[in-house]
Design a protein around this ligand. Structure first.
Ligand code: CO8
Length: 259
C-alpha cells in the first residue's frame, strides 16, 4: 500500500513513522487509521528492533480524531470508527518490538490515546496532553478510558477525562504520562538514542519482556509470577542468551543476532 499520510524513515534497525496531515494538525481520520493499520500489519519485527511514532511539524503530534469526520456520524458508524482506532492502537501496543512515542506538540484525544498505546512516551517542551472529549459530547473512544487509569492512576485519569484539562509537558512528566521532556530540537535525536539502546539488547529478550509486562499486568500475582518464570526459562533456548552471557564472562560485548 502506498501511504499518503505516513512518512517512513529507517536508521539501522530503528524505524520511524511520522503521521502527516499538517493542515489538521495530524488529526486521525479513517484514511490515516487505515494506513496506520496496514503499516503495523506489515511491520517487519525481524528487520527492526524498535519503532518510533511521531507527528509531522513542530506543533502537533496528533490533535485527536478528526472532528470533521466524526461530526455527523450515527451511533453504529461511530462505534465502527471507534473500534477501528482501538484495534489499530492495540496492534501497536502488542507489536513485538518496543514502540516509542516522540510527542512533538499536541497529543489530544485520539493523539493522547495513541501515545498511551505506545510502550514509552517522551515529549518536547511544547507538548500538551489531554482528553477533551467530554467537551465535545463524547468520551475517549480509542481506549483512553482503559489506558489512562492504568498509566497514571484512577484519580488523576478521572480528573483529566472529566475536566478535559490539557496538561503541559512538565505536568505530564510529574504525573508519569511521559518519561522525559526535551527541547523540541532534541526530541528526535533523544528518541533515536533511546531506540538505539533498546536495539543493542537481545531482541528476543526485549520482545519477551514486552509480552510479559503487557500480559502480566492484568493477571493475578501468582499467575503472573509463574508466567515470568516460564518465559525466563525459554530465554535459555536462544543463542542470544548463550552468546550474551559468554561475552560478559569474556569481558566482551555481544552483537545479538536475535536467534
Ligand atoms: N479534527 C479535525 N481538525 C482539527 C483537529 C481535529 N481533532 N484539531 C485541529 N484541527 C484543524 C482545525 O480545524 C484547523 O483547521 P482549519 O485551518 O481548516 O480551520 C487546523 O487543524 C489548525 O487548528 P487551529 O486553527 O484550531 O489551531 P490552534 O493552534 O488555534 O489550536 C488546538 C490547536 C488546541 C489543537 C485546536 O485545534 C483544537 O482544540 N483541536 C481539537 C482538539 C480536540 O478536541 N481533540 C480531540 C478530538 S475528539 C477525539 O480525539 C476522540 C477520539 C476517540 C474517537 C472515537 C470515535 C467514535
Amino acid at each position: 500500500m502506498d501511504y499518503q499520510y505516513l512518512k517512513l524513515a529507517e536508521n539501522g534497525t530503528i524505524c520511524t513513522v511520522t503521521i502527516s496531515a499538517p493542515k489538521s494538525l495530524n488529526a486521525l481520520n479513517t484514511a490515516i487509521l487505515t494506513e496506520l493499520e496496514d503499516f503495523v500489519d506489515h511491520f517487519d519485527c525481524n528487520k527492526y528492533r524498535c519503532l518510533i511514532v511521531t507527528g509531522d511539524g513542530e506543533k502537533s503530534f496528533v490533535a485527536g480524531a478528526d472532528i470533521s469526520e466524526m461530526a455527523n456520524l450515527q451511533m453504529l458508524q461511530a462505534q465502527t470508527f471507534g473500534s477501528r482506532g482501538a484495534r489499530v492502537f492495540r496492534k501497536i501496543e502488542t507489536l513485538h518490538v518496543p514502540v516509542i512515542a516522540a510527542v512533538n506538540g499536541f497529543a489530544l484525544g485520539g493523539g493522547c490515546e495513541l501515545a498511551m498505546a505506545c510502550d514509552i512516551r517522551i515529549c518536547s517542551d511544547n507538548a500538551r496532553f489531554g482528553q477533551p472529549e467530554v467537551g465535545l459530547g463524547i468520551i475517549p473512544g480509542f481506549s483512553g478510558t482503559v489506558r489512562m487509569a492504568r498509566l497514571i492512576g484512577m484519580g488523576m485519569a478521572k480528573e483529566l477525562i472529566y475536566t478535559g484539562r490539557a496538561v503541559k509537558a512538565d505536568e505530564a512528566l510529574r504525573i508519569g504520562l511521559v518519561n522525559a521532556v526535551y527541547p523540541q530540537a532534541e526530541l528526535m535525536s533523544k528518541a533515536i538514542e533511546m531506540a538505539t539502546r533498546i536495539a543493542a539488547n537481545a531482541p528476543l529478550a526485549v520482545k519477551a519482556a514486552k509480552l510479559c509486562i503487557n500480559d502480566e499486568y492484568d493477571m493475578p500475582a501468582d499467575e503472573a509470577i509463574a508466567n515470568e518464570s516460564t518465559i525466563f526459562g525459554r530465554c535459555f533456548l536462544t543463542e542470544d542468551q548463550k552468546n550474551g552471557m559468554q561475552a560478559f564472562l569474556n569481558k566482551g560485548k555481544c552483537e545479538f543476532q536475535g536467534k
